[in-house]
Design a binder for this molecule. Structure first.
Ligand SMILES: Nc1nc2c(c(=O)[nH]1)N[C@H]1C(S)=C(S)[C@@H](COP(=O)(O)OP(=O)(O)OC[C@H]3O[C@@H](n4cnc5c(=O)[nH]c(N)nc54)[C@H](O)[C@@H]3O)O[C@H]1N2
Ligand SMILES: Nc1nc2c(c(=O)[nH]1)N[C@H]1C(S)=C(S)[C@@H](COP(=O)(O)OP(=O)(O)OC[C@H]3O[C@@H](n4cnc5c(=O)[nH]c(N)nc54)[C@H](O)[C@@H]3O)O[C@H]1N2
Ligand SMILES: [Mo]
Length: 764
């Protein structure tokens, strides 16, 4: 086992408190929690004025999740959720990480802080430099930082020795400029957080319906007969989705939730935006809860489809939409043949759910035509993550439930502009047509060789095939798997650079030299020489809208992400065909270039100024599947889980608490699971605990097992929880050290963060 370093959060306990699991999500408690974070980080007066602009048509886009805003009416003063308010509080905090802070704290010392403690230190104010061999970061001038980057990039043997990572908060304008720079430099090494997130969704949807994005709009939730929410915890990660689910219910629709955990938000919701609901019982959301075992979803979906097919055979035409299947799809016969050969009892056994409950779901699906399926990380982060999503598409195709009102696919995106970044070309496997278009417009020659994704980039750095790392946002070391291995990889680099708003662990796990470049956040005004600028973002449903900060920048040394990209490009590229200075001074010019190179952005500069923005074209929404490789929507045959647990082994999913945004830890509470003031916990089934001779609050160490190799994380408290047999849950990023880099999804290469095979060892 590798030696533990400061790449891992300290293995310290913080003093657990437990409360009963609440009966409802949202309500007055959500408002209280939002305000307490705002008060502590920002101050109440400034905080309230900030929140009044959050997600408003003339305000700024929430730096939290990518859930859309209503097209028409927006809640006066409060078009956001508790966790959006926390995201804003975190960014607009009063606390500062200044050069003095870095002068008085060595890297080693900072590494001993937890991610929570580190985050609370506040916003970065100055560009900082770590010289080779030094223990402390020191201030550096912007121009010197750009020169150092340019010099290092030019010293590489090949442009492919550089890695350019992106996290999904980056605006369309910054993302477009960034990928343009990277391609002019000569590589497609553009891994992004999507590789660890919805890559499985993108792969599956592109193959089956010809677009890697979801097909529904927010309005569709009003018209759906049935919504399935699979592998997703909206109460915490997309709270405003609960308002949409409430609309479905109000209009007589039903909801099925499929999850190993009975997440509170899916059970019952009181809308904090509706004072009438602050007290009292809230809205019951889930009509049928299927408590699936971790990674039992393909088996469950197959069992459902098997039983639907039986029903269809008894009463042809009553269950499937043959008109749609015939006109729009390919592969139906092969799919049905395969389905009929399945062993129903074996499938059901893999799910951990009773046949009766599965039949209840079958009844609901058979009886309804307008079905939306929503999903997130519970489906994508498995070896068969792509299969999971393809199986959902099979269901929708059989029912003809796509490309019509109230029906379709809804992968619920994570970061607020992760979808937009892809649209802008942040992708290691760009389409030929996109590169042609860049080449034509900018008179350049983009590299055609595909670049490295996150997992491949880590391997390349580890093998010293890549020697330069730049992170446009994000927190690479804490977000990626196999923490110690990834740390070694980053330490092999000549230079690591992070463009960040806040200090995080990635600044401490550095190459021989390192830079931290502080940038403006969403909440701040972006003043350039041509005047104040705004940026644009694309939400989970393909709406592109404007975002404009309202606060004065917290330090005169901050630059916008676009200005930083332009600065780097100017010192790196000789004879570039792009006028980087002009683009960074006036974002309208960037939008003109986007319009000229990416379909769907006609009259970008005009339409982006219309309050609420505009929808991008979406072939699946328009019931047109001609863009798939076959020219039709495709049925597929998918694989169930192949994990076989040995004696005493358990499956672990790594999930988010209610008080974090990925690697940013807002607080130590997971209120909706009744676990307070502690993150080092493992949620376990009572029977499994009994078999392993474990009691509540026992202190254990966790060991993961993959390919004959063990990885270890120490000090977790056992919490008995309502979770299926052999399934456990822990919080990420603490347990990322257990996630093996080489355990990844077929096709999408997404790390299998929801299926880690572990054993649990009681501390002596
Ligand atoms: N407040 C807040 N908001 C966020 C984030 C955040 O950290 N904090 N992160 C953002 C990002 S980047 C993303 S990608 C999304 C993530 O949003 P989610 O995907 O909701 O986040 P996770 O906590 O990973 O939760 C996964 C859910 O899937 C379930 N699950 C796990 N394994 C399985 C399985 O095998 N089958 C099924 N059916 N269910 C399973 C878990 O019990 C859990 O309910 O949220 C975004 N929004
Ligand atoms: N085990 C496990 N691992 C996972 C997951 C899991 O479920 N389990 N989920 C995966 C998923 S879905 C994702 S998306 C990734 C997330 O991976 P990342 O996107 O890399 O991580 P974040 O924690 O979202 O990044 C937070 C940092 O972004 C910086 N930041 C914040 N706002 C801005 C901004 O406006 N501009 C810039 N330049 N920087 C900013 C701050 O410095 C902050 O510290 O993690 C993945 N890792
Ligand atoms: Mo994500």
């Amino acid at each position: 086992m590798p030696k533990k370093t400061i790449a891992q959060a300290p293995e310290k306990l913080t003093g657990i408190k437990q409360t009963p699991i609440p009966l409802t999500a949202g309500g007055l408690k959500a408002i209280q929690s939002a305000l307490s974070h705002i008060k502590e980080e920002v101050g109440i007066m400034k905080g309230i004025s900030l929140l009044s602009k959050l997600n408003q048509k003339e305000g700024f886009d929430c730096p939290g999740c990518a859930w859309p805003d209503p097209d028409e009416k927006r809640a006066f003063l409060a078009e956001y959720c508790e966790n959006g308010a926390k995201a804003v509080a975190e960014e607009a905090t009063k606390n500062r990480v200044s050069p003095l802070f870095f002068a008085t704290h060595s890297i080693e010392e900072l590494g001993k802080l937890s991610d929570y403690e580190l985050g609370k230190k506040g916003r970065l104010t100055h560009p900082m430099y770590l010289r080779e061999g030094s223990s402390h970061y020191e201030e550096i001038k912007w121009e010197e930082a750009f020169t150092l980057i340019g010099k290092t990039l030019k010293s590489l043997n090949s442009p492919d020795e550089a890695i350019f990572y992106t996290s999904g908060r980056t605006s369309n304008e910054a993302a477009f400029l960034y990928q343009l720079f990277v391609r002019q430099f000569g590589t497609n090494n553009l891994p992004d957080c999507s590789n660890m997130c919805h890559e499985s969704s993108g792969s599956a949807l592109t193959e089956t319906v010809g677009i890697g994005k979801g097909s529904v709009t927010l309005d569709d939730f009003k018209y759906a007969d049935l919504v399935l929410v699979i592998g997703q915890n909206p109460g915490t990660n997309h709270p405003r989705m609960l308002t949409a689910l409430t609309e479905t219910k109000k209009n007589g629709g039903k909801i099925i939730s499929i999850n190993p955990l009975l997440e509170v938000g899916l059970k019952n919701f009181s809308d904090p935006q509706n004072p009438m609901q602050w007290f009292g019982k809230g809205e019951e959301l889930t009509d049928l809860f299927l408590q699936v075992k971790i990674n039992g979803d393909v088996a469950l979906l197959k069992a459902i489809l098997f039983l639907l097919n039986e029903k269809e055979k008894q009463n042809p035409g009553a269950v499937f939409d043959h008109n749609f299947i015939q006109k729009q799809t390919l592969g139906y016969d092969a799919f049905i043949n395969n389905l009929e050969q399945q062993n129903l009892a074996e499938l059901i056994a893999q799910t951990g759910i009773s046949k009766k409950e599965i039949e209840a779901a079958v009844e609901m699906i058979a009886a309804n035509k307008k079905i939306i399926v929503c999903w997130a990380m519970g489906l994508t982060q498995h070896k068969n993550g792509v299969d999971n999503i393809r199986e959902i598409v099979n269901l929708l195709l059989l029912k003809g439930s796509i490309g019509k009102q109230g029906a379709g696919t809804c992968p619920v995106r994570g970061h607020s502009n992760v979808q937009g970044d892809r649209t802008m070309g942040i992708w290691e496997k760009p389409k030929e047509a996109f590169l042609d278009s860049l080449d034509h417009h900018f008179n350049m020659k983009s590299p055609r060789k595909h670049g490295l994704d996150v997992v491949e980039a880590i391997e390349a750095m580890h093998q010293k095939k890549a020697r330069f790392f730049l992170g446009m946002g994000g927190n690479f070391i804490s977000a990626t798997p196999d923490t110690e291995y990834t740390a070694e990889a980053l330490r092999h680099c000549d230079l690591t650079v992070h463009i960040s708003t806040k200090i995080n662990r990635s600044h401490l796990i550095h190459g021989k030299k390192a830079l931290i470049l502080p940038c403006l956040g969403r909440t701040e005004k972006d003043m350039q020489s041509s005047g104040e600028q705004f940026v644009s973002v694309e939400n989970s449903m393909g709406v592109v809208s404007k975002s404009e900060g309202i606060l004065e920048p917290l330090s005169e040394y901050l630059k916008s992400e676009t200005a930083i990209v332009a600065g780097i490009a100017k010192t790196t590229l000789e004879n570039s065909t792009v006028n980087w200075t002009a683009m960074a001074e006036n974002y309208d010019l960037i939008r003109d270039a986007i319009e000229a190179t990416i379909p769907g952005f006609e009259n970008y500069n005009t339409r982006i100024r219309i309050p609420g923005g505009f929808y991008l074209p979406n072939n699946a929404r328009e019931n047109n599947f001609s863009s798939t490789h076959t020219g039709k929507a495709n049925f597929t045959i998918n694989e169930t889980s192949d994990i076989v647990l040995e004696k005493d082994q358990l499956l672990m999913m790594t999930i988010r608490t209610h008080d974090q945004y990925n690697t940013t830890i807002y607080g130590l509470n997971d209120r909706y699971r009744g676990i307070l003031n502690e993150r080092r916990v493992i949620l376990m089934n009572n029977e499994d605990m009994r078999e392993l001779d474990l009691a509540a609050n026992d202190l254990v160490d966790l060991v993961s097992h993959f390919d004959g190799k063990e990885r270890k994380a120490d000090q977790f408290l056992v919490i008995p929880y309502n979770i299926p047999r052999k399934c456990t849950a822990t919080y990420f990023p603490e347990t990322n050290v257990l996630v093996p880099l080489q355990s990844k999804a077929r096709i999408s290469n997404t790390p299998t963060s929801k299926t880690v095979v572990i054993t649990v060892h009681k501390r002596k």
